[in-house]
Ligand binder design. Structure first.
Ligand SMILES: *Cc1c(COP(=O)(O)O)cnc(C)c1O
Ligand code: SF4
Length: 335
């Protein structure tokens, strides 16, 4: 049996098994970017099912970041005191082959939170005045109908202690046509809204995607980025540098570079932490400060996110030293 990657070949039983096991979808905008002659096409690797997903490792977890133990009511994940995730749906326009919630997102039970559950989730937020920020996630909240999204944003905005609404999404790049004036208007009216854009390769930025980002930025939607560090997709200084610069050129401030979560069937995407640290060290030496993401790990089990460094301080014989962007060490002189 061959185990080489053949992401675009579908006519065999293994790939049918992958498709039966994990949700599959790609939008026309993303499909049009795939180069069928490139076995390591960074778009295909992200969205097209691969037989290597059947390889489940013992350290992989159905719920890698421990959402379940922090779910007080359906649709809410409350891990940190001042902010919650609110997941109004578990459907996405694309299904990333490395998705950290792949056992729930696009799964058999996936759909919209029903009205009663949404009421209960909003009551939970309204009754906890320590909640300063609500992060809409899922699933991709920007594939809600415009009516539902507007209603949800309006109800959140009516809760006085919720000062910030953040929306985690891939829509502006994978389905730019969904970023209508009406959608942008709903987000702008609910401001301050931060849109956290998930993208992993500079090629995801089509002309239509860039135009969608411009519509959002022009209406005052602040934008930050999220990227997952992925083997063969973006595990080089050149790929990450191009991606971070492309974010900044489109007014999206790089925010997180995520170490890959240990979701089932994702071992072929894994990049070791030491390699990730070396990559972000190289970015610091190469790119504008505007282009620097923080490299973070979501600690398995639900303990939250921690920066993975690199560290710039070390203790030498003559005391603490600090490393510069070219790797040279200098005394810290911190009396
Ligand atoms: C990732 C995450 C957040 C957001 O973390 P930030 O560091 O604020 O970006 C909030 N709540 C939960 C449950 C999360 O998993
Ligand atoms: S967009 Fe996010 S939630 Fe949706 S499949 Fe990709 S990683 Fe999972």
């Amino acid at each position: 049996m061959t185990t080489t990657a053949g992401p675009l070949l579908r006519d065999d039983d293994e790939l049918a098994e992958v498709a039966a096991r994990y949700a599959e979808a790609v939008t026309p905008t993303m499909a049009a970017l795939i180069d069928p002659d490139d076995a390591n096409d960074p778009i295909a690797l992200q969205f097209v099912p691969d037989r290597r997903e059947l390889d489940r490792r013992p350290d992989e977890l159905d719920d890698p970041i421990g959402d379940e133990r922090h779910t007080p009511v359906p649709g809410i994940v409350h891990r940190y005191p001042d902010r919650v995730l609110l997941m109004p749906l578990t459907v996405c326009p694309v299904y990333c082959r490395f998705c950290f919630r792949r056992e729930t997102v696009g799964g058999p039970a996936s759909a919209l939170l029903d009205d009663a559950a949404l009421d209960a989730a909003l009551d939970y937020v309204a009754n906890n005045d320590a909640i300063w920020e609500v992060i809409l996630s899922g699933g991709d909240p920007l594939i809600l109908s415009e009516r539902r999204l507007r209603s949800l944003l309006t109800r959140l905005r009516a809760i006085p202690h919720v000062r910030i609404i953040r929306v985690h999404t891939r829509v502006p790049l994978v389905s730019p046509e969904r970023v209508t004036d009406e959608l942008v208007g709903s987000l702008a009216a609910a401001g301050p809204v931060y849109l956290a854009l998930h993208a992993n390769h500079a090629r995801e930025f089509t002309a239509a995607g860039r135009a969608a980002l411009q519509r959002l930025a022009d209406r005052g939607i602040a934008m930050i980025s999220q990227t997952v560090l992925l083997r063969d997709v973006n595990d080089s200084v050149d790929a990450l540098a191009a991606l971070m610069r492309t974010f900044v050129e489109n007014r999206v401030k790089p925010y997180y570079l995520h170490h890959l979560d240990q979701a089932p069937g994702t071992a072929h995407f894994r990049v070791p932490v030491e390699e990730g640290r070396a990559l972000v060290t190289a970015l610091r030496g190469t790119l504008s400060g505007l282009c620097q993401p923080t490299y973070v790990l979501d600690i398995p089990g639900g303990w939250g996110k921690s920066p993975l460094g690199p560290d710039y301080l070390d203790d030498g014989a003559e005391g603490t030293r600090v490393r510069d962007y070219r790797g040279r060490r200098h005394p810290l002189n911190d009396p």
